[in-house]
Design a protein around this ligand. Structure first.
Ligand code: NDP
Length: 477
């Protein structure tokens, strides 16, 4: 195993069948904190997509019949290679996403590598052959997986998709978001140095409308794994349905943090604010609706606003920073407009607002915003804002809180806070959502992650994530 670390952010090639192929079209990559150009990425075309899919299909025969143990060893080697590049990956994530350095370390890079390591374990442990009475059940690779990733957690999302696909014995064609392609190049470099056979991972950066759409409709793709907006996800599902291609969709959210009457209010509220603001609120499972007992509503609003006001917004390279910029001027505008519309509609601005922080002039920054006195049908309560915005709503007891939590088009994450674990579990079990954390329980990278309703189809991570990329053959004997 060799380690050749490419430190440049000027990448004008696509990876097809193990070869870096230069392309003529490139896109600039910007730093959302400085608004300056930090690098370049190749912009692939339709012919490149065809070549990448062909390379993945051709590599699939050998990779798909390799032993799970061999695949686990490559995944372990990939983790080793990525750890050798950890600092560069962190620096790249800070630069292209604008994530504060401590968030980039923990939530983007270390968690992403931990997830890959979990797939290596699963490749070893999963029953790819299982007895079912007289039947031998073979769990076989589904084929070529198109991995279309978003800009909010580019490295983590890539690890979640590619790691599961490789563990299952699938080959991959990856399309990162145009705004954040650079950490994906580093992942590809690491995969090559880890000894991943040529064609098992192919990289075709480019626009969603061209490369993403071509991959989604491609007859050579067996599974599309997409993370992004619900609107685009719906189009992906539609296009994939034409060829009955399986579409795994991880989409938006408007998750509720439910504080029950017996919960310690300050701990529940501050943890909810922190979760809502993580990654500048650009987290699909963020708890963006805080539901508190009506009798404690004013206290909760005051606590939430007070805590939001203490969060430090600024230079993502400063270790004291808690919120960096949001990804782009367009994203900032869309968040600010949603906040202004809510206030114009009668919401009370308890903290933050649509303006820039007073001490910052450059960068797509917003202040952590808390809105109160909103109605359950207001757009700010129903829509995914994807920025540092929390709404606080009152409830009238456990049943009412569950009703409000479920009164959403989405169902991705959620939280319950109570001094009584059984009561909390009773509420969690009635929330129509993919994941619920009780009393701030830590994230489990092997637990299934995915959504109900408009939050998506299928699950990522752990055993369930690998199984998304397999097909079953039942051999009767
Ligand atoms: P998109 O859904 O447009 O982008 C996600 C990925 O899909 C990107 O790689 C994008 O490519 C690609 N894509 C875009 N169009 C197509 C298409 N027709 N076919 C296939 N792939 C396509 O999200 P946005 O970047 O526009 O963000 C808008 C909103 O989406 C956010 O405000 C947020 O609400 C939500 N979002 C949710 C995420 C989540 O984790 N659930 C992640 C990101 C966004 P490219 O960008 O390169 O054109």
């Amino acid at each position: 195993m060799t380690t050749t670390i490419h430190t440049t952010w000027d990448r004008d090639s696509i990876l097809v069948g193990g070869d870096w192929i230069p392309v003529t079209d490139c896109t600039e990559v910007h730093d959302p904190a400085t608004e300056s150009v930090i690098g370049r990425s190749a912009s692939a075309g339709i012919a490149h997509v065809d070549a990448a899919v062909a390379a993945a299909r051709s590599a699939g025969t050998a990779w798909g019949t390799s032993s799970p143990e061999d695949r686990a060893e490559i995944l372990d080697a990939l983790c080793t290679q990525l750890r050798a590049r950890r600092q560069l990956l962190v620096d790249t994530t800070v630069a292209e996403v604008g994530a504060p350095v401590t968030v980039a370390e923990e939530a983007h890079i270390d968690l992403g590598i931990e997830i890959l390591a979990s797939y290596a374990r699963l490749a070893r442990d999963l029953p790819f052959r299982e007895r079912l009475g007289r039947t031998l059940l073979l769990r076989r690779p589904a084929g070529v997986v198109a991995c279309i990733t978003p800009w909010n957690y580019p490295f983590y999302q890539l690890a979640a998709k590619v790691g599961a696909a490789l563990a299952a014995g699938c080959t991959t064609v990856v399309k990162p978001a145009e705004l954040t392609p650079l950490s994906t190049y580093l992942f590809a470099d690491a995969a090559i140095d880890a000894g991943l056979p040529a064609g098992v991972l192919n990289l075709v950066p480019g626009s969603g409308r061209t490369v993403g759409a071509a991959l989604t409709a491609h007859p050579g793709v067996d599974v599309v794994s997409f993370t992004g907006s619900t609107a685009v996800g719906r189009g992906v599902a539609h296009a994939a349905a034409e060829s009955l291609t399986r579409a795994c969709l991880e989409l938006g959210g408007k998750s509720a943090s439910v504080v029950l009457g017996d919960a310690p209010l300050p701990a529940a509220v501050t943890a909810t604010v922190d979760a809502a603001m993580l990654n500048s609120g650009q987290t699909c499972s963020a708890w963006t609706r805080l539901l508190v007992p009506r009798t404690r509503y004013e206290d909760a609003v005051e606590l939430a606003a007070g805590h939001a006001g203490t969060l430090r917004v600024g230079d993502p390279r400063d270790r004291a920073t808690q919120l960096g910029p949001v990804i782009s001027a367009a994203q900032r505008r869309s968040i600010a407009e949603a906040v202004d519309a809510a206030v114009a509609g009668g919401a009370r601005l308890a903290a933050g607002g649509s303006g820039m922080p007073a001490d910052l002039e450059t960068g797509h920054y917003l202040r952590p915003t808390v809105l109160a006195d909103v109605g359950p049908h207001d757009p700010i309560v129903r829509d995914e804002i994807f920025g540092p915005v929390l709404v606080v709503l009152p409830h009238d007891g456990d049943d009412d809180a569950i009703r409000l939590a479920n009164d959403s088009d989405y169902g991705l994450g959620g939280a319950v806070w109570s001094a009584d674990p059984e009561r909390a579990l009773g509420v969690a079990a009635r929330m129509d959502t993919g994941q619920v954390d009780i009393n701030g329980a830590p994230f489990n990278p092997e637990a299934p992650f995915g959504g109900w309703k408009s939050s998506g189809l299928g699950r990522e991570l752990g055993r369930f994530g690998v199984e998304e990329f397999t097909e079953l053959t039942a051999v009767q004997r």
